[in-house]
Design a protein around this ligand. Structure first.
Ligand SMILES: Cc1cc2nc3c(=O)[nH]c(=O)nc-3n(C[C@H](O)[C@H](O)[C@H](O)COP(=O)(O)OP(=O)(O)OC[C@H]3O[C@@H](n4cnc5c(N)ncnc54)[C@H](O)[C@@H]3O)c2cc1C
Length: 398
């Protein structure tokens, strides 16, 4: 637990980052790129020990016909990620394109109408009818699809490693170190391990440790977990595809003789054991993607898997920015701009099932705030991910 400080922010450019998954690695790199020194502290023995440790994750944006704020945020994030990946050749990234296949005939019409309405560039997304989608997939499909020719899949852990390696002169990694207590004194945050050893001290601290952030906060943030299990199979047991295929689940093309498909969703379940029934659910999702493939041919006993926890927020947007302080007497008109914040305490949390795509731009936005620069995000999107929004909503209800 932390003892909440008051007073002015120490402007020295040194930060502690807790967690070395996608959130922690991205913010560490963005701060280091600005000349900051970063101590990144990770409970596991390497980067990507939590949700970011899956062998494959899909790179694609959200599309919505009304182009509501989450879709616009996702599009900006996707563009930014694609730019970043061009600068990170060490990342295990496969730009093979993604087909997001319609659920049924009605959904196919909606997909086509959304593209017509949004007028997005074809290199970003286009609607492809079933026959064209089949040509791209190299397999029989049930419906047409959105085609993201610049999308693909990557190994999230390789992105974390590539980011930290890019700025290794400015980033010190502390692995096998779980932070169990924070305190604030003399304008510095102090991070302590379970045996009360001081691991690092710095004027700024970023909580990038997903749902476990609440173990360190006096006032919890509204974070929930959703367990997810992916399944992996020998590539020879499944039809060959050249692009990622998605519907309610996904299938990746073969890599090193294996394919990944998934993933299950189980609310409020933190158990990480591999379950046969969730492999069976993933096979059902695979059947929706490839309706002509007889899934009974797959021997469940041959499947391997990995289970991890997604961290979600009530409005399904991430939590990014300065953590709100305990407010004894709120101003008469309370806004995100005048909301009290805990000096030097920042969050990059709640990356949900979209952390690969969201984390890089969310980290850039946070780094801009910490370094007192203008963010590339429009104000309304910045407000929609602001770490203070839930406190603001609660205050306004009174
Ligand atoms: C099954 C599944 C499939 C997914 N598929 C996709 C996909 O296709 N595309 C996509 O964009 N996203 C996908 N995601 C989401 C993505 O993986 C997550 O959003 C992302 O990994 C979250 O990153 P994070 O850094 O916030 O959390 P994590 O990766 O969980 O990192 C948090 C880290 O903090 C460490 N930690 C915790 N507490 C402490 C402490 N006290 N001290 C020190 N270290 C601590 C943990 O060990 C962990 O390494 C998927 C997630 C799951 C579970």
């Amino acid at each position: 637990m932390l003892s909440a400080p008051t007073g002015k922010i120490n402007k020295a450019k040194h930060a502690i980052v807790i967690g070395a998954g996608l959130a922690g690695s991205n913010i560490a790199e963005r701060l280091a790129a600005r000349g900051w020194l970063v101590d990144i502290i990770e409970a596991g023995n390497s980067v990507a020990s939590g949700a970011s440790g899956n062998p494959a994750g899909i790179v694609l944006p959200q599309i919505a016909k009304d182009d509501a704020l989450p879709a616009r945020f996702s599009r900006l994030c996707y563009d930014y990620l694609l730019q970043r990946l061009r600068q990170l050749p060490a990342c295990d990234w496969h730009q093979c394109g993604v087909l997001q296949i319609a659920r049924d005939g009605a959904h196919e019409l909606q997909q086509a109408a959304a593209i017509e309405a949004l007028q997005l560039p074809a290199e970003f997304v286009e609607f492809v009818p079933r026959l064209r989608a089949q040509e791209i997939a190299g397999q029989t499909l049930a419906h047409g699809a959105w085609w993201f020719s610049q999308g693909g899949w990557l190994m999230p852990g390789s992105l974390c490693s590539a980011l930290l390696a890019l700025r290794d002169s400015h980033i010190k990694c502390h692995f096998n170190t779980k932070i169990s207590h924070l305190s604030y004194g003399n304008n510095l945050w102090h991070a302590y391990s379970a045996d009360s050893e001081l691991v690092a001290a710095a004027p700024h601290i970023v909580l990038a440790n997903a749902f476990a952030a609440n173990e360190l906060l006096e006032h919890p943030l509204p974070l929930k977990i959703i367990r997810g299990q992916i399944s992996c199979a020998p590539a020879t047991t499944l039809p060959k595809i050249d692009s990622v295929l998605c519907r309610t689940g996904y299938l990746t093309p073969a890599h090193n003789g294996r394919v990944s498909f998934g993933a299950s969703f189980t609310n409020d379940d933190s158990d990480l054991s591999i379950r046969t029934n969730e492999h069976a659910e993933n096979l059902q999702r695979l059947h929706e993607v490839l309706p002509q493939f007889d899934i009974s041919k797959v021997n469940i006993g041959q499947l391997t898997g990995r289970a991890a926890l997604r961290t979600v927020t009530p409005d399904r947007m991430p939590i990014v920015g300065a953590v709100p302080a305990d407010i004894a007497t709120p101003p008469r008109v309370v806004t995100l701009a005048n909301l009290d914040r805990v000096p030097g305490l920042h969050a990059l949390l709640g990356l949900s099932a979209r952390g690969i795509v969201w984390a890089p731009l969310a980290a850039e936005h946070l780094a801009c705030a910490m370094n007192q620069e203008l963010s590339p995000l429009p104000q309304n999107i910045g407000n929609a991910i602001d770490a203070g929004r839930f406190v603001l909503r609660a205050l306004r209800q009174h």
